[in-house]
Design a binder for this molecule. Structure first.
Ligand SMILES: [Zn+2]
Length: 279
């Protein structure tokens, strides 16, 4: 089973505008490989034989959390079609500055949604600030997976609010938290990621975009991080599945490690069955 642990979709009515806006924000340094809709993602998955994808919405304002959770349930429960329900594992998102975050995290757990997506740049928080640690501790206690953007972001100035050193601090403070540090622990900061995260009890997703495919430190992370702690990811629609596969293959890993990264690890982490994500 091939599973992408980090993808994005947008509601049909705003997908076109959202994709244009995000592309422009990066000075067109990235180009989308689909139209950003659920249907578009499913089409590219079928073409590349990707079986499942984890959806990572971001609540850029606190009040968006409720609609995001409603949509996650709708996708999971079949309201967006049978194929979406079977193939997509929707996450929720809660804004750490939301005064109601504790209630909202509880609602995510009660809905049996697997976890939350966080993005420190779009949500304007520092990953290991005391308030964030309280938020993340609650995620651990509710057994919610946290999938978090880490490292720099192509659309923002280089302010290290969620770099690898902060990820390592979070993991020291909150043992047992199931934390996915996106972009191999720190986008465009892979040397620091190797220094602070290599071999630690933290999941790293492989969505490096084209900026990371030739980076020696990124490749080192692929080769030397715990083989059960690496998750195939593309940040779709911002990297094609084929480019994502090529990056993994470039590491020259043993076949069983490669297949664990491409899907086995995510299957276990997200409790994905042949039928769907609820089993
Ligand atoms: Zn992303």
């Amino acid at each position: 089973m091939i599973i992408d642990a980090h993808t994005h979709t947008f509601p049909e009515q705003i997908a076109k505008r959202a994709i244009e806006k995000l592309t422009a924000k990066t000075g067109h340094a990235i180009a989308p490989v689909s139209d950003g809709t659920v249907a578009g993602l499913l089409n590219t998955m079928r073409a590349a034989q990707v079986d499942r994808a984890v959806l990572c919405p971001v609540a850029t304002r606190p009040e968006q959390a409720e609609d995001i959770l409603t949509e996650a349930r709708a996708i999971r429960d079949g309201a967006r079609g049978e194929d979406a329900a079977r193939r997509l594992i929707p996450l929720a998102s809660v804004h750490p500055a939301d005064p109601k975050w504790a209630k909202r995290l509880q609602a995510v757990a009660d809905a049996d949604v697997r976890g939350v997506k966080l993005h420190p740049y779009y949500q304007e928080f520092v990953l290991d600030a005391p308030d964030t640690l309280a938020f993340l501790k609650r995620c651990r206690d509710l057994n919610l997976i946290v999938q978090c953007h880490c490292g720099y972001d192509i659309g923002f100035p280089r302010d290290p609010i969620c770099g690898p050193e902060r990820v390592a601090h979070v993991m020291r403070e909150i043992p047992g938290l199931r934390f996915i540090a996106a972009h191999l622990g720190g986008w465009l900061d892979w040397e620091a990621s190797a220094r602070h995260l290599l071999g630690k009890d933290v999941y790293l997703d492989t969505a490096v975009l084209r900026h990371g495919v030739d980076d020696p430190h990124a490749l080192r992370l692929l080769r030397e991080h715990g083989p059960d702690k690496l998750l195939f990811a593309t940040d779709a629609p911002w990297m094609s599945f084929d480019d994502g596969f090529a990056f993994i293959r470039a590491a020259g890993l043993p076949a069983d490690t490669e297949s664990a990264i491409l899907g086995g690890n995510a299957q276990r982490l997200f409790s994905i069955t042949e039928k769907g994500s609820i089993g």
